[in-house]
Ligand binder design. Structure first.
Ligand code: ZN
Length: 251
């Protein structure tokens, strides 16, 4: 059985109308930025790589802590992580890849095709990525460190990735069997709990019907225990168990 931790590496303020799809309210909201660590299998598995200090400074992230430092605080050396599951290639999930120097990165093929394809150059999408970090995909691939996956795949027994798309072309979510039930790490398929719980999309999308269908996929995977972990919601710390500042034990 696995243990799952949400590790917070920064935060940023915005407003509801800037974030949720056609939302009229100017209510201030705060995004928390996380990576997620899965222990208890044959080796540790990380979900997402976060970003580096330069990205954090450039994007106005407050209280930035290097995601590798957060991983160390749970007792895992970043160089000892052989597998990092990348939910998608936005800067806050991919730009920190070099913090995990031994890892193979699992990414959906649709995601790589989108960011190397004809639409990514438009400012609307380009601004969401770190172009240098995207370029490094090629070098990492030639070094045997990129595993392109399609659809649903087992990572380890009881630990799977599932393509959902919607927010990005190849967004994938993660399901993990734990002693408390099956945990679903939604990443940006549901930035906040209100996305999946009210079927309310965010504004950042490549395909709106896919984003709506992803909410159904999250619910179908979650089962009766409802161990759903939203991707950027400060409420993760209220719904699950913080063990020390920035470290939240999910299961
Ligand atoms: Zn994100």
């Amino acid at each position: 059985m696995y243990e799952v931790y949400a590790l917070k590496y920064g935060e940023r303020d915005t407003t509801a109308c800037q974030f949720f799809y056609r939302e009229p309210s100017h209510e201030p909201i705060t995004l928390h930025f996380y990576v997620w660590l899965i222990l208890g299998g044959s080796h540790p598995v990380l979900v997402d790589a976060g970003c580096r200090e330069a990205d954090a400074a450039q994007r106005g992230i407050r209280h930035y802590v290097n995601p590798a430092t957060m991983v160390q605080r749970v007792g895992v050396r970043p160089a000892d992580i052989p597998t990092v599951l990348i939910s998608h290639l936005h800067w806050d999930h991919w730009a920190g890849h070099s913090l995990f120097p031994s890892a193979e990165f699992w990414i959906q093929r649709d995601e790589v095709e989108f960011w190397t394809g004809p639409v990514a150059r438009f400012e609307l999408y380009r601004q969401l990525a770190n172009a240098t970090a995207l370029g490094e995909l090629v070098t990492l691939n030639y070094g045997g460190r990129i595993r392109l996956v399609e659809g649903e795949r087992q990572v380890l027994p009881g630990l799977r990735v599932h393509w959902v798309g919607g927010h990005t072309a190849g967004l994938q979510i993660v399901s993990v069997e734990t002693g408390r039930g099956r945990v679903v790490l939604t990443s940006d398929a549901s930035h906040f709990f209100r996305n999946v719980e009210r079927r309310w999309p965010t504004q950042i999308i490549t395909n709106l019907p896919q984003m709506l269908a992803a909410f159904d996929t999250i619910d179908a995977l979650a089962g009766p225990e409802r161990l759903v972990v939203a991707g950027h919601d400060p409420e993760v710390a209220d719904r699950f168990k913080p063990t020390e500042p920035g470290i939240i034990r999910i299961a």
